[in-house]
Write a protein that binds this ligand. Structure first.
Ligand SMILES: Nc1ncnc2c1ncn2[C@@H]1O[C@H](COP(=O)(O)OP(=O)(O)OP(=O)(O)O)[C@@H](O)[C@H]1O
Length: 312
């Protein structure tokens, strides 16, 4: 199947000459959930705005289900739903009318069943006759999603959907995205919350300074870059690492009560068995041994740090 979204050599320079996107290429398959991670100013919003036709690209092409975003704008745009970062709702409008209106904007005929289904799915049905101003911040965010879905798009962009929302709502949002996937909706979300990407994405893209540093299957990324730590808790406090263990890459933690050994999960031999043998031989008594897998957060910080170093 051809990709639902295809971005090729996309560049965007703003009027002041600032290059916010530098040769970005990305293909997204139908039904995928992809998270774009990146620090502030990386170019995430610029990328979404360009794909959605809000910002004009300087060069490059974007197609949605084969429709060029410039040459065939209406067809391409009608396949996209956009949930913006900022809440931009009409305070005195009723929830249901807001959603109906969004559908109408795309020239779609009124279909009350579709709007009802969207509102029910987003737990907004019992609020359908409320004015927007009567809703909580979290409910307003749900209305933004309902509006974005009103014209039955096949690709949904969520620009930082859970910025500033509480944990419960965040989990609800994740469940909504999962449910949309079951209907074949492709979701691209930007986020600062690494645990969000870790929780729901199939693939992770990391953007820094207008460039995509990598796009990779989440599980593969974790396995490829994931490091594990072995923490050896000791019965006696150490002031320094004993000379007999100097051949290992160890650090002392917890005020000298823990030896920390970082190892690579990719390597055939982790060296743990030998280390534990040498620890015992050095006369150290173990109280406990724990392992910790590095999170996507650690991986992300490492990647962006490496990128920053290369630039300097
Ligand atoms: N209209 C504009 N004119 C000039 N520069 C701009 C304009 N819009 C954005 N930029 C710059 O482009 C860069 C990318 O901005 P963008 O909003 O795409 O980043 P982002 O990754 O979405 O960041 P955040 O996570 O903070 O939302 C930033 O340095 C920003 O200052």
């Amino acid at each position: 199947m051809p990709p639902i979204l295809s971005i090729t050599n996309l560049r965007k320079s703003y009027a002041d000459g600032f290059e916010a996107l530098k040769d970005v290429s990305l293909e997204i398959e139908e039904g995928e959930i992809i998270a774009l991670l990146g620090p502030n100013g990386a170019g995430k919003t610029t990328l979404i705005s360009t794909v959605c036709g809000i910002t004009m690209p300087t060069s490059g092409t974007v197609t949605v289900a084969g429709h060029d975003i410039l040459a065939d704008y209406r067809a391409a745009r009608s396949l996209i739903g956009l949930v913006p970062q900022e809440i931009n709702l009409e305070p005195f409008e009723k929830v249901i009318n807001t959603v109906r209106f969004s559908r109408g904007l795309f020239g779609k005929p009124r279909k009350d069943g579709v709007v009802e289904d969207i509102l029910k799915r987003l737990s907004l049905w019992d609020k359908k006759d409320n004015q927007i101003r009567e809703l909580s911040g979290g409910m307003k965010r749900r209305v933004l999603i309902a509006k974005a879905l009103a014209h039955e798009p096949r690709v949904l962009f969520l620009d930082e959907p859970t910025a500033g929302v509480d944990v419960e709502l965040r989990k609800d949002m994740w469940a909504i995205v999962e449910q949309l996937r079951a209907d074949g909706v492709t979701t691209i979300l930007t986020t600062h919350y690494i645990e969000e990407a870790e929780a729901i994405a199939d693939r992770i893209g990391v953007i820094s300074k207008g460039e995509i540093l990598l796009v990779e299957d989440k599980d593969k990324l974790m396995a490829r870059m994931g490091k594990k730590q072995l923490e050896v808790q000791l019965s006696t406090q150490l002031s320094e690492i004993p000379g007999a263990l100097s051949g290992y890459d160890l650090t002392l933690g917890n005020d000298g009560w823990t030896l920390i050994y970082a190892y690579d999960t990719k390597r055939e031999r982790t060296g743990i068995t030998k280390l534990l043998g040498d620890v015992a031989e050095a006369g150290l008594q173990l109280r406990d041994v724990e392992t910790r897998q590095s999170s996507l957060e650690d991986i992300f910080v490492d990647l962006v740090r490496a990128d920053t170093k290369e630039m300097s």
